[in-house]
Structures are given as structure tokens and as C-alpha cells.
Design a protein around this ligand. Structure first.
Ligand SMILES: *Cc1c(COP(=O)(O)O)cnc(C)c1O
Length: 377
């Protein structure tokens, strides 16, 4: 995977390190109404459905913009004014979903957990049993705030048993963490080009149950974020309604080919798990502590507690790692000081080992041998 050119490695949850071929796929110009570009769009939409195993039941609807644009478009298109939504939140992305629903004037309530705790399916069960007016349940698959994995099988089973609709923010999970629509019967799953599918940023998409999409005409609060109209347009002539990010699509097409060639979701999951395990073991050896228990830690991004060592200076740590070629991510937690290191992107064991060596060298430069507290005497 040593084809990054002179770029730094992005140990971040997107944009992330992409392969050279994915970057090179952008070195052409396409007419957005040209048959070649229409074929790219079609291939991508089919591939996304195949990755989820929902070719018959769902439609893949892309939309311009970052992941949040996809979330806002999907919620606004599917949830009719007057319908009610319960959001399960254990981090900033869950809270953002609540904000979107409030902003677009949909009725919303939330069940909240701490950022280091999984969403509790038992509480969902109780809420749905007691409140028949809830139409939709929305949850984040992997909460990128902390890197915690939510129990999608349990949430899917309960939502289905109570005959409600399920929308998943699968942004930082889709393509690398398996999701089986048989066990997690989602009505919509939203993700973007620039996370586990290793494309460049600029496009989001939703996999939406066709029966539901057919009923969604006129719901959307926004002209440009109306996925019903976007879908109708794509089905009619294969074209996007408004200027598509052509180069992003060309890169995404290449990234999806690489995803398939690697062995799909199972292979990508294995590689990211190996990246995470190397990272966590190496960082612990240097005395860093993870926020999460291993059992709930997704192979996407790891939150480390800010060391309390008096010579540890995070701004310097960040800058020196960057100079050594590795970009990490500041924390997003509200509860404790932390920073994050991603395990996703076109990176493997060699790059994770090199990142650890850079961390060690940076600590040495700060005159720190180990961050571990002295053993009790
Ligand atoms: C990245 C991400 C998003 C979208 O963020 P954008 O900055 O708009 O791309 C949404 N939800 C989760 C869980 C994410 O990881």
C-alpha cells in the first residue's frame, strides 16, 4: 500500500488515505450527460446495493455533498411532516440527527447514552411498547465520536417486532462492518464516498427500501435534497438532476472496484481489525489508555485518553506526528479530554507500525520514556 505519493497518511475518519489508482481516476473530465458518465453512476448504484445485499428490495440514491447532506436528505424525504421519530444517541452524530429533524420541523424525541456506552436495546423496547406514535427509529451504527459499535442486530429485531421503520447512519461502518438486512431489516442506510469505501469526499448516498421511496413524493423540505425526485430522475434517464461531482464519482467507481477486488466487506473488515489491533496494542505498550472496552471498540477509529504526564503536550504531539507523515484527529468527546486515531483508509500493517514508530519518536522528542503511571511500591 505504499502508493500514497508525497501525501501524509490520514489516520482520520474521512477524508482518508486513498489509493493512487483512486486519485488517478480523477485525471479526466466527463460530461455529466454523457453516456460514459451515466454508466459510471449506474455501476456505482448497482455496486452499493450489492455490497448490502439489497439489490431487489432497495434503491441506491446518491446526493451531492458530505455525509450530513445525505442524512438530511434521507430524513427529510422519508419522514413526512407529522410523523414521529425516536433517535437513539450515544455521541455527536446521533445528536446531529436530532438537530436536523428539529431544524426541518419533524417531530423528534431521543434516548441518550454516554459516549462510552452502547445504546441499550432494552430501553428501545420499552419506548416502543409504551409509545405507539413513534413511526421511525434512527440510530448510528458506529458512533465516530468515540468509535463505539452499536448492537444493530438487537435494535433491528426490536424495531421490526414493533413494526416501526429503521433508518441507520452507517456512515463510518458501511463497507467494512457487515450488516445483514435479514437480521437488521433497515428501511434506509446512509453512508458516503469517503469513509470505509475509500473514495474521495463529495458524495453521500442512501440505500432506501423501494416501497417506502415510492410513498415519499412531496415529503421533502428541500428541493435539492429531495431523494424522491433524485431517484425518479436517475431511474428515468440515468442522470443526476443537478451538476454531479463527476471526478468524485470516477474515483468512487475505482475505489469500489478495489473494494470488490480486496474481497468485499469481509476482507476490509479483517484488514481494519488488524489495523486496530496493531494500533491499540502498540499504543498501550507506550502507556496510552483507550476510552472504550475492547468488546465495544469498532475497527474504525480509536479514542485515547489524553495523557496526564506533565511533559505531554498535545499540540506538539499532533504537529510532530504530522511532520513525520501521520495526521491524527482531535477528540470530539464532551466528557473527557481525548484524541483519536483512525484505522481506516488505504493502510495496512506496515503503515500502522510506522505510525507507532512515529508516536514513539515523538514521545522521545518530548523526553517521555513511558506514559504508564509508576508501578505501586
Ligand atoms: C462522518 C460521519 C457523518 C457525516 O459527516 P460529514 O462531515 O458530513 O461527512 C455522519 N455520521 C457519522 C457516524 C460519521 O462518521
Amino acid at each position: 500500500m505504499n502508493d500514497r505519493g508525497n501525501d501524509k497518511y490520514l489516520l482520520t475518519p474521512g477524508p482518508l488515505t486513498t489509493s493512487l489508482a483512486t486519485k488517478q481516476a480523477m485525471l479526466r473530465d466527463w460530461g455529466s450527460r454523457d453516456s460514459e458518465f451515466i454508466a459510471i453512476t449506474r455501476r456505482i448504484r448497482e455496486r452499493l446495493l450489492a455490497i448490502a445485499g439489497v439489490e431487489d428490495s432497495h434503491a441506491a440514491v446518491p446526493v451531492q455533498g458530505s455525509g450530513t447532506f445525505g442524512i438530511e436528505a434521507t430524513l427529510g424525504t422519508l419522514i413526512a411532516p407529522g410523523q414521529r421519530t425516536l433517535v437513539l444517541t450515544n455521541g455527536a452524530y446521533g445528536k446531529r440527527i436530532v438537530s436536523i429533524l428539529e431544524r426541518i420541523g419533524r417531530k423528534v424525541s431521543a434516548l441518550d447514552w454516554r459516549e462510552d456506552e452502547q445504546v441499550d436495546p432494552v430501553a428501545l423496547e420499552t419506548a416502543l411498547r409504551n409509545d405507539f406514535a413513534i413511526d421511525y427509529v434512527v440510530v448510528v451504527h458506529c458512533e465516530t465520536t468515540s468509535g463505539i459499535l452499536n448492537d444493530m442486530a438487537a435494535i433491528g429485531r426490536i424495531t421490526k417486532a414493533h413494526e416501526r421503520r429503521l433508518i441507520i447512519d452507517g456512515m463510518s461502518a458501511f463497507g467494512a462492518i457487515p450488516i445483514d438486512v435479514g437480521r437488521v431489516p433497515f428501511d434506509a442506510l446512509i453512508a458516503s464516498s469517503n469513509k470505509c469505501l475509500e473514495g474521495v469526499p463529495g458524495m453521500a448516498f442512501a440505500l432506501i427500501r423501494k416501497q417506502l421511496l415510492e410513498l415519499a413524493e412531496g415529503n421533502a423540505h428541500s428541493l435539492s435534497l429531495d431523494l424522491y425526485e433524485q431517484w425518479r430522475g436517475l431511474e428515468a434517464n440515468g442522470q443526476w438532476r443537478f451538476t454531479p461531482p463527476t471526478h468524485v464519482l470516477a474515483a468512487f467507481d475505482q475505489a469500489l472496484k478495489e473494494h470488490q477486488a480486496e474481497g468485499g466487506v469481509a476482507a476490509r473488515h479483517r484488514r481494519y481489525c488488524a489495523n486496530r489491533d496493531i494500533l491499540v496494542a502498540g499504543m498501550r505498550e507506550l502507556g496510552f489508555e483507550t476510552l472504550l472496552a475492547d468488546a465495544v471498540q469498532a475497527p474504525i477509529i480509536v479514542t485515547f485518553l489524553m495523557p496526564t504526564h506533565r511533559r505531554f503536550d498535545f499540540a506538539r504531539f499532533y504537529d510532530e506526528l504530522s511532520e513525520r507523515g501521520f495526521v491524527i484527529y482531535p477528540g470530539k468527546l464532551t466528557v473527557v479530554a481525548s484524541f483519536r486515531i483512525g484505522c481506516i483508509g488505504a493502510l495496512g500493517a506496515t503503515e500502522m507500525q510506522a505510525a507507532l514508530a512515529a508516536v514513539k519518536a515523538t514521545l522521545t522528542a518530548m523526553d517521555i520514556d513511558t506514559l504508564a503511571p509508576p508501578a505501586a511500591t
